[in-house]
Design a protein around this ligand. Sequence first.
Ligand SMILES: [Zn+2]
Ligand SMILES: [Zn+2]
Length: 346
Amino acid sequence: MEIRTAFCPRCGAPSGGDGLCDRCRVAGTRWLECAPRAIHISCPTCGAIRHGQVWTDSEKEREEIAPALALSAVRLHPEVRRPTFQVTVRELSGNRSIAEVEVSGHLFGEQVRDRCTLELVWQKEQCTRCNRIAGSYHEGVVQVRATGRRLTGRELREAEQIANEIESTHQAEGDRLSFISDLRVTRDGLDIVVGSQAIGLGIAQAIAARLGGRYSTHPKLVGEKAGRPIYRVTYLVRLFPYLRGDVVRVQDTDLEVVSVEGHHLRAVDLQTGRTRTVRENEEKRLIGHSSEAIDALVAYIDGDVIGLLDPETGQTLVVSRPGWLNVRAGDQVRALRDGDRLVVLG
Ligand SMILES: [Zn+2]
Ligand SMILES: [Zn+2]
């Protein structure tokens, strides 16, 4: 029996095959390659990062990004097994760092280790969103108005909060151009300037649904781009004239509004405690909102009437006793002032 031993043609060592031994194969292979530089592009205003043409929001600091950026420039031979990397970064200037990448692993069964050095370039470029905001670019305005009255402070706060929530949702979904570029309280209500029609519509719908109202859209042709018409849209949100908690007088009854449903109100009769519907065309007068109620002392109870001590004048006012009201002399009740009357809320 003949034992065939192959020898490496380069170093003469046994090779176990026809060609070079493992060590000479490794020596003849460029298994680690490093690009001379890796470029990172971020927005100086908001910190977003650009990959190709796509901007992504990022909260990461340079120290966190640098190792991955350096490794993005490293190419390994596909036969390298179990590679491990060690990256050391040295700052050169505001827009330059030097990264040293040390790689070890296994190639053709031999342990390998090598290192390379590259430059990290930190470029600044304004992102599409910040660019649009800076240029006052917008695609629409959401105008929030109340019908026949001013917006209350609570409505203003809630409308603003809803708008911000909708913006966060769009941003979180990667729709970066759906931003709010301005939000201002005017004499008439609230104006929300938006970067896209998608967010404009979303805000208008949400405010109308949650605060009670209707919205309408009013597009206006403002120009043309690449043969396509450019519209700017006004989303007009009209909040209903009455609010939940409003106390209104209809004919000779005092009612507290419990819900607003388009053309009519659901309201509690403050005398009987019963709920009824008030149609849009019924004449009504606003007394105030339940949140403005004052505390009044029950001075006495006498059959169907109670004597209430007016905290402002110190005089006792006689009001008819609501059937549902369970009080004793000395108790406090909440009441709304209506001229020289006090309307008992409970
Ligand atoms: Zn060899
Ligand atoms: Zn930006």
